[in-house]
Design a protein around this ligand. Sequence first.
Ligand SMILES: [Zn+2]
Ligand SMILES: [Zn+2]
Length: 163
Amino acid sequence: MLSRTPPAPGLRIPDTQPILRTVLTYSGPEGAPEEMANDLRLTPQRQAVLDVLRGSPDHPTAQDVFDRVRRTSPGIGAATVYRALNLLVAQGQALELDLGDAAARYDANTARHDHVVCTRCGAAGDVDAPLPPRLAQAVAEVTGFAVTGHDLTFRGLCPSCQP
Ligand SMILES: [Zn+2]
Ligand SMILES: [Zn+2]
């Protein structure tokens, strides 16, 4: 009963992972094993959430994502959006970030990168500048860790918030 559906433009799905039925058919109790199989499907709602996230370089909160998804999918509920975000994060299609403010922020850019955050308005962006290669080495020397990665958050005032 599996039908292959072509992925939407811009959607990266490994060839080894077929897109299964796009309708969630499981209706049993929460947390049952069958739910894991359903997680591999990109339901229309989950696709809508992913589309919004990929068009949102400002690292939105879950509430922001919900507000934006509702513009194109007016019937969608907050719980559905929040659950879709959690699943996208669990599947590695989105990052959940703690940028130092109250709510988690979401990012469709899953490649390793650093962030800059405004301490006044919360504006957040990706840092594309290369960081000194000595940095990880210095941390390794000080801590004795074999450092395999890092992600940094730089804080300050964005151009709009500077006096
Ligand atoms: Zn700002
Ligand atoms: Zn980012």
